[in-house]
Design a binder for this molecule. Sequence first.
Ligand code: GLN
Length: 185
Amino acid sequence: MKVGLLGLQGAFLDHIPHFDHLGVAHTIVRDNKGLDEIDCLVIPGGESTVMSKFLKEFGMLSHLKDCIAGGMPVWGVCAGSILLAETVDGEPGTLGSLPIKITRNAYGRQIDSRRHLIDIPLFGRHDFQAVFIRAPRIEVTDNKVVVHAVLGEDPVFVQKGSVMATTFHPELNEDHQFHEYFLSL
Ligand code: GLN
């Protein structure tokens, strides 16, 4: 079992201590050959427009789409969830792998980033400190998408089959439940 961390841009390194703790091998993925050597992929937080540009420029976009369509588990964190979405700000999304509509930067500017306490029944967690950094808002457009957590009425942790997305950054928390759950997909 080897976890890939998409390393084109953004906060991919912050996932390493979690996977180290769980004792699973990982590698940073920057090309199609890297995609062929992994069993699952984290698309990290960062800047979705930049990651989208680089995925296209590095010729990885269609291969990554195929890997996800073929059942490779993938976890999009914040910008990663934007890349996975079917629709982003009314336009077709980059990967289109998850039937959700995204509104980017929906909670304000960088300066409005903050922690919110959310409940995650899946993990039996109450008041989990979720870190939102210029986060997008998700609207679910398919009843096969499972909503694992909400902020107010907005889904913030969703999953359809082997594709999961969080609009917050669990890699910034000390506990490993999200990483452990992802490995179970
Ligand atoms: N605002 C960023 C974007 O739209 C996402 C921010 C993040 O990943 N923390 O790409």
